[in-house]
Design a protein around this ligand. Structure first.
Ligand SMILES: [Mn+2]
Length: 323
């Protein structure tokens, strides 16, 4: 049994067991939702009982994936054979009250380098573009074709976590999955209409305001945009509308680390991006967070302006140590 690869143990479990709880991290992104949907369609195809859980409300922009109407934010049933946890470096990121549940096995499928192996079966592979890509390999292994709604979920995961195939986690194998999806008749134009064209004018205004607030530090190596609650109020936007703001910093010549700081209720939420060998997951670990080498996040428990200074110092230390 121990010699089995985790993907084989996972397949054995989903073939043998009957009732599954599937969860992903709070404030779900395209990969959290896409991978939930992908495993949902696989389990349904195998005639299993599936309950989906996410602690947060699902952002409206993902409503084009039909299965999201089946995601619960409250669990009526507490007894499952297997709990499948997706795209979460730690179990706590799901907000699941695990002690209130009865289950035999936790399956942890993830690609965060900071994952702490909380499962009974752990398939953690940081080279994978997305958890959706990992679920695609499960589907292939049990001869389920990558098409229709399953393909739409996997494609959502991949396109979301690779920044539409521009990040360095885009591997030849990732693109081979995409080729297969396209060969099976996936309608890219229809998908992009649903996936990309969802902005409101208010969101455009928030992004304009954010771009005006962009600053450079450390001889232009660090770019920061701080987003205050006031900016959201002035533009009638929500934290979901902040998605993507960090990318304006990533295109500034010379920037090695891009950071957004967003004022939240009791903390400042920090997002970090980098290129190549600059491993921002190490900075994030010092900020009660984690993530990937080139995309990570954490929290600072200071007022916004002080948090910005704190982060500049942290990044300076980090760049000195790693130059
Ligand atoms: Mn992911």
């Amino acid at each position: 049994m121990h010699k089995d690869k985790p993907i084989e143990e996972i397949i054995k479990n989903i073939e043998d067991k009957n009732s599954f709880l599937v969860v992903a991290h709070e404030n779900p992104d395209g990969d959290a939702i896409g991978s939930m949907g992908a495993i949902y369609y696989i389990l349904k195809k195998l005639n299993k009982d599936v309950v989906l859980f996410n602690k947060s409300n699902i952002p409206e922009r993902f409503y084009y994936l039909e299965f999201v109407k089946n995601i619960n934010s409250f669990l009526k049933k507490t007894d499952y054979d297997t709990v499948i946890v997706l795209d979460s470096g730690e179990l706590s990121r799901t907000g699941l009250a695990i002690d209130n549940l009865k289950y035999e096995c936790i399956i942890n499928i993830d690609h965060h380098v900071t994952n702490d192996y909380f499962g009974d079966i752990n398939w953690v592979d940081p080279k994978m573009s997305s958890v959706g890509e990992m679920i695609a390999y499960i589907a292939k292994e049990i001869n389920i074709e990558l098409k229709d709604k399953l393909a739409e979920c996997i494609y959502t995961s991949i396109v979301s976590d690779t920044g539409s195939f521009t990040f360095s986690n885009t591997r030849p194998a990732t693109l081979r999955i995409v080729i297969e999806i396209l060969e099976n008749g996936f309608d890219l134009d229809d998908f992009n209409r649903k996936y990309q064209r969802y902005w409101t004018l208010n969101k455009v205004h928030l992004h304009g305001l954010s771009m005006q607030n962009a600053k450079l530090y450390l001889d232009g190596q660090l770019g920061i945009i701080s987003i205050s609650k006031d900016m959201l109020e002035r533009t009638s936007t929500t934290k979901e509308d902040c998605e993507g703001i960090i990318n304006y910093l990533r295109v500034i010549k010379g920037v090695k680390v891009a950071a957004t700081l967003r004022e939240d209720d009791d903390r400042v939420k920090v997002s970090l991006r980098s290129y190549g060998e600059v491993d921002v997951s190490n900075i994030a670990k010092g900020l009660n967070g984690g993530g990937h080498k080139n995309a990570a996040g954490g929290s600072i428990f200071l007022p916004l302006q002080q948090a910005e200074k704190f982060l500049v110092n942290k990044v300076e230390e980090f760049l000195l140590e790693n130059s």
